[in-house]
Ligand binder design. Structure first.
Ligand code: SF4
Ligand code: SF4
Length: 106
């Protein structure tokens, strides 16, 4: 967690948010015990994981990918581990079973 975050004594009463958009500073990935790993070969780029992720931790990146069987994609899907809390919803919803939850090793 960043050292610029307020201590509990500095947090406004009732946790009022005074600075919109400040959630980007809170790297919720620190809590994770399992991490989702995407198999780019199996991923069909349907973006269900992107739609279902409650932390907006699924990224669409401009990385073209060609599978071993010759399927071509113009983008790839990756996980932002700074914010992924490891809930496993993406793995549960992925219709291609392309996401495995693996134990986090720190
Ligand atoms: S494990 Fe949860 S938080 Fe992480 S990318 Fe999947 S749905 Fe999002
Ligand atoms: S839900 Fe599965 S197949 Fe669809 S984009 Fe995400 S990882 Fe790929």
């Amino acid at each position: 967690m960043s050292s610029e975050l307020p201590t509990w004594k500095e947090i406004p009463i009732a946790g009022t948010i005074l600075e919109p958009g400040n959630s980007v500073k809170y790297k919720t990935g620190d809590w994770r015990t399992f991490r989702p790993v995407i198999d780019q070969e199996k991923c069909v780029r349907c973006l269900f994981c992107w739609a279902y992720c409650p932390d907006a931790a699924v990224k669409i990146v401009e990385k073209p990918y060609r599978t071993q069987s010759g399927r071509e994609y113009q983008f790839s899907v990756e996980i932002d581990y700074d914010y992924c809390k490891g809930c496993g919803i993406c793995a549960n919803e992925c219709p291609a079973k392309a996401i495995q939850m693996v134990e986090e090793v720190k």
